[in-house]
Design a protein around this ligand. Sequence first.
Ligand code: 48N
Length: 289
Amino acid sequence: MEPPASTLKTIGKADVQEDYHGSYRFAPIEEAQVSRYFDTMYERAVSDVVIVGAGSAGLSCAYSLATRRPDLKVTIIEANVAPGGGAWLGGQLMTAMVIRKPADNFLREIGVPYEDEGNFVVVKHAALFTSTLLSRVLALPNVVLMNATSVEDLIVRTDFENKERVSGVVTNWTLVALNHDTQSCMDPCTITAPVVVSTTGHDGPMGAFSAKRLISMGLNKELGNMRGLDMNRSEPAIVNGTREVVPGLVMAGMELAEHDGSNRMGPTFGGMIGSGIKAAHEAIRMLDA
Ligand code: 48N
């Protein structure tokens, strides 16, 4: 989209200069040239895959999907201003992040250093994993992140066999989504996509969003409700259980524990990585079917 015509009569020669003795000069700009977000919303109104939630599972899915299939328009919707979900800390006030083998393969793939402690590896700070993964994902040309944006509903259509199929998401600014009962409804936007991957986690003001919405719209009977902590049982269950839970919707990460009623694992993140990668494989299977 062409930038708006210049409203300034003359714009000085762009004699840019990086100088720290009082003569620093920037190239000139029109204020209107800064408003770019709406281009993104328009360009991504139809995406190939929408990933709801930019936590460790959602970001692992985005990286695996967008690198395997650079032809796909992958759009991530994240309710918080800061993406990353619960992966900024290894656990309550613990900074290091434990990742059980074989999920360490992914760390080498994206270039996160770690200490090898036998059955698992330790990343010295969880923020090192999350910031590295975020930077790798956002550097991919076919990935767009819309943060401070909430999915507040699912688009559901009937397919040619008259089966209900999730076909996209309904979005709004998070501040609006959190305040619908304090003002008249501010209508949302939509993003249609043949595949939606929901990784909205298990807690927080909007956690387990799709797991709960499937019930309130009658596409699922009841929540499985996440069970108690058991690291050895939970991580394979989450990875192996990652799947298309209803036509058009793949569920992964801790949201799946709410949907299926599988155990939680606490501050070990290999299951999130594996579940995200499995979700990427599921999304490709669905698109190629
Ligand atoms: O990090 P989370 O919460 O979710 P996961 O599944 O990626 O990772 C979970 C992991 O951090 C754990 O909880 C660890 C393993 N602990 C387990 C345990 O036993 O305690 O990320 C979910 C993201 C967040 O950033 C939310 O802001 C976002 O999803 N989100 C949404 N984004 C858009 N629209 C929504 N409706 C929405 N709901 C949540």
